[in-house]
Design a binder for this molecule. Structure first.
Ligand SMILES: CC(C)(COP(=O)(O)OP(=O)(O)OC[C@H]1O[C@@H](n2cnc3c(N)ncnc32)[C@H](O)[C@@H]1OP(=O)(O)O)[C@@H](O)C(=O)NCCC(=O)NCCS
Length: 156
């Protein structure tokens, strides 16, 4: 179950299929709002369009379907990246999210990214654990409904 790089355009349909399989609760945690299938599909297509700034890592099941995904969206200067993880409900709780997070951070460091941010709902205990476990500092603006995790990367 090693996370492997995904070709943002060639594997676009598999990425969209994974995101569309996310449960309502997972969609809410991922996007901080309820996205319809149409909106999830549009989001998946936007990843393919932003190919030069998007790096994806996934773990797949035995049939080759993507069941967990790490999305790194790089700033134009490639010095910072935003990270988001998704693991389908039936595959959660077995260390895959943590593994995807670590692999994505290692990939970002190889690209020379200096800082990785993650936007996490404050009640998202597994994602907060993953972020903290990776050494990210967590902050929440007063009254804010999203926690910001910032991970400073190893130099070069
Ligand atoms: C967040 C998510 C990716 C985690 O994936 P996962 O495969 O279930 O995560 P893991 O099994 O690696 O567990 C991560 C940590 O959370 C802990 N954990 C798991 N479920 C938990 C729960 N219900 N409450 C508290 N901690 C929990 C695990 O013990 C583990 O901690 P450890 O590494 O210290 O042992 C997954 O729940 C998901 O896709 N959620 C919906 C989308 C989302 O919220 N994405 C994040 C947006 S940034």
């Amino acid at each position: 179950m090693t996370p492997m790089p995904v070709d943002t355009r060639r594997d676009a349909a598999a990425v969209a299929a994974h995101l569309l399989r996310l449960s309502p609760a997972a969609r809410l945690s991922r996007w901080h709002g309820m996205l319809s299938d149409l909106a999830v599909n549009a989001y998946a297509q936007s990843l393919a369009r932003r190919k030069s700034r998007v790096r994806l890592l996934a773990f797949r099941d035995e049939a080759g379907e993507i069941r967990g995904l790490a999305e790194l969206v790089l700033r134009p200067e490639h010095d910072e990246a935003e990270l988001a993880l998704t693991v389908e409900d039936a595959w959660q709780g077995a260390g895959r999210g943590r593994q995807l997070g670590r692999a994505a951070i290692a990939a970002a460091e190889q690209l020379g990214v200096r800082c990785i941010t993650m936007q996490i709902m404050p009640d998202n205990a597994p994602m907060l654990r993953i972020a903290r476990g990776c050494g990210a500092a967590i902050s929440t603006a007063e009254g804010g409904d999203v926690a910001l995790a910032r991970k400073t990367c190893r130099a070069g």
